[in-house]
Design a protein around this ligand. Structure first.
Ligand code: FES
Ligand SMILES: [Zn+2]
Length: 124
């Protein structure tokens, strides 16, 4: 069997209500993952793209969070209506959906405005 071309990790971490960092599952990430998986199956991508459940990706303030490897493209604030575009543009045509990509300053840096003030990013 050929290797998978891509792994898509969808955070489905769940935390108790009121947790200061929130969690992706409270923002519908479980159904987003299911939709992504079904859409990939319909497109015949099952042998090439793996849609994986993930625990916390430490991007909770940007959730629902998805990361696609091997490119290491981080998507944040993903909504159900974004799935089709991710599948068509990125997983089929290889072009990341730029409008959903988390800015560099957000991923694992102290400059992220969502963790303590500063400019806002889409829907945050
Ligand atoms: S809960 Fe999803 S990234 Fe932390
Ligand atoms: Zn941020």
């Amino acid at each position: 069997m050929p290797r998978f071309e891509r792994h898509v990790f969808v955070c489905i971490n769940e935390r108790a209500p009121g947790h200061p960092r929130g969690c992706c599952s409270a923002k519908d990430s479980v159904s987003i993952r299911e939709a992504l998986k079904s859409r990939c199956k319909l497109e015949g991508l099952g042998a090439r793209v793996r849609i994986n459940k993930s625990g916390c990706l430490n991007q909770c303030e940007h959730g629902p969070t998805i990361v696609v490897y091997p490119e290491a493209i981080w998507y944040g604030f993903v909504k159900a209506e974004d799935i089709e575009e991710i599948v068509q543009m990125h997983l089929i045509n290889g072009a990341p959906v730029e409008r959903l990509v988390l800015p560099e300053e957000c991923v694992n840096t102290p400059r992220c405005p969502h963790r303590g003030g500063g400019v806002q990013f889409r829907g945050a």
